[in-house]
Design a protein around this ligand. Structure first.
Ligand code: HEC
Length: 472
């Protein structure tokens, strides 16, 4: 006992950590955060810190069994799933934990945005938070490739193509991303290093700075309409508020954080237990045409957007849109550092959040639909569907099905939606144009030159004209 006490004294004396920890834990917070239900809006950041720690722990476990080489990566994941002690559960927790981090990062950011907590003097809190968000997304993105299955490899392949289209520096950026001209072993090693060393270190560093700023500037008080932030007076007002209220972070406010952290971890473990590890899906195979590769859920909306946009907007959606969002996020507290904080006085901010959530939900919903590749399970139109069609149109329908047009094109609701719906195509373009388009092909549309006879083409057009209601 004596020795322990001595050791304790020695540690205390040489490190002087205890007073610092005590000071941090008991720093003052606005009474409203500590004593009212509004305190529940202030718990997300803490949960993110714990989720990050969870990712470090589970990730370290995974890294011990993972082999970052194309020939072995996929097998090493299979090994974890099937043979390693707790390997499958560890992978599941790591995936669900990552999902939770992405989700909570957005929830946390939305809360801070809506309550105007990014305004003076907390601009740097927001900017470092935005950097953390980018890094969390970068972790999600690099993590996908480490799975080294069809989905992961394909996602990065597509992303690399986007990056390659960026103006001026596209080519170079793509080579840096892939570690060469094409996606291969060098890419995997590179992503592994980024995912396991570089990004986590950056996250840890910026996170410490972020938390330090939260102590330094204090937790923002719940906003009140008609009490705008004024740089000249805010700090004094805040000091008064915190000193008057007399609430302490520990234990007045911290218990809510701990309850939320515990609940979050429980949900993550529970979900991981229920859904099990994510993949690996089929091993990457460039010849597997019928595969339906898709990114993890957090990037689905963006893929849907890429899919839906007209070709002419390529550069806008792929390059300028993400760039603009990034710059806007970083510039926000500088541009709007003062003024009203209450959401009721910031209708545009509320509208922006509502539109973002709506747009995200819609696009994600669309991204869940199977249309990324041709739909091979389609069947020829039934007798009822062709009721009343002239003979040429009937034959055309058969050709449309047999020649595979229907894999990619819908007519009257039947077929894939990889290409545009052709129900009304003869109203958009003349029969000659339809024939020319079909024979020559356009971008993702294969050329049917030499495959279809002129006679077959006539019947196809007859079918399409009948479908458009032009020949009834
Ligand atoms: C592998 C999928 C695929 C197959 C198979 C396919 N198409 Fe297409 N088709 C597309 C895509 C994608 C486009 C849009 C091209 C673009 O603008 O990038 C398209 C465009 C078209 C267009 C122009 C439509 C418009 O509104 O601009 C016509 C006409 C057309 N296809 C007819 C056909 C016919 C007829 C067949 C069968 C003989 C066929 N396609 C087979 C994918 C396909």
């Amino acid at each position: 006992m004596r020795t322990l006490e001595k050791l304790g004294r020695w540690l205390y004396d040489r490190s002087r950590l205890a007073p610092l920890v005590r000071k941090l834990l008991t720093h003052g917070v606005p009474a409203e955060v500590a004593r009212s239900r509004k305190g529940w809006f202030y718990v997300f950041g803490q949960a993110l810190v714990f989720l990050f720690l969870l990712q470090v722990v589970t990730g370290s476990g995974l890294a011990m069994a993972y082999v970052p080489a194309p020939a072995f990566a996929w097998d090493s994941l299979r090994y974890m799933n099937e043979e390693m002690f707790l390997g499958a559960f560890l992978r599941a927790v790591h995936f669900v934990g990552a999902s939770a981090m992405v989700l909570l990062a957005f929830v946390h950011m939305t809360r801070v945005f809506l309550t105007g907590s990014f305004k003076f003097p907390r601009e740097l809190n927001w900017i470092s938070g935005a950097l953390l968000l980018f890094l969390v997304l970068a972790m999600a993105f690099t993590g996908q490739l480490l799975r080294w299955d069809q989905d992961g490899v394909w996602t990065v392949m597509v992303a690399a193509q986007f990056v390659g289209r960026a103006p001026f520096v596209g080519e170079q950026l793509m080579q840096i991303l892939l570690g060469g001209e094409t996606l291969g072993g060098a890419t995997l090693t590179r992503f592994f290093t980024l995912h396991v060393v570089i990004f986590p270190l950056l996250i840890a560093g910026i996170m410490v700075f972020h938390v330090y700023l939260v102590f330094q500037n204090g937790i923002s008080e719940p906003p009140r309409a008609g009490r705008p932030v004024d740089k000249a007076t805010y700090r004094d007002e805040y000091r008064e508020l915190v000193e008057e209220g007399g609430a302490r972070h520990w234990p007045d406010a911290a218990w809510r954080e701990l309850v939320f952290v515990a609940a979050t971890l429980l949900v993550v473990f529970g979900l991981a237990w229920m859904i099990g590890p994510q993949g690996p899906g089929p091993a990457p195979d460039p010849t597997a045409l019928e595969a339906d590769p898709r990114p993890d859920w957090y990037f689905r909306w963006y893929y849907a957007l890429i899919w839906l946009k007209p070709q002419a907007l390529d550069e806008l959606v792929l390059v300028w849109f993400p760039l603009a969002v990034g710059v806007a996020l970083l510039a926000l507290p500088i541009l709007f550092g003062e003024g009203e904080r209450a959401p009721s006085r910031r209708p545009w901010a509320v509208l922006l959040v509502a539109m973002t959530v709506l747009g995200w939900g819609t696009l994600t919903g669309f991204g869940l639909r199977p249309h990324w590749v041709p739909l091979f399970e389609t069947t020829a139109p039934s007798e009822e569907a062709l009721e009343g069609a002239p003979a040429a149109a009937r034959e055309g329908a058969q050709i449309f099905f047999e020649r595979g047009c229907q894999y990619c094109h819908q007519v009257q609701g039947l077929g894939g939606i990889y290409g545009p719906d052709l129900t009304m195509v003869t109203r958009r373009m003349s029969p000659e144009e339809v024939a020319v388009r079909t024979v020559i092909g356009v971008r993702n549309m294969p050329a049917y030159y030499g495959v279809l006879t002129a006679d077959e083409m006539d019947r196809l057009v007859a079918y399409l004209r009948w479908a458009a209601g032009e020949e009834r």
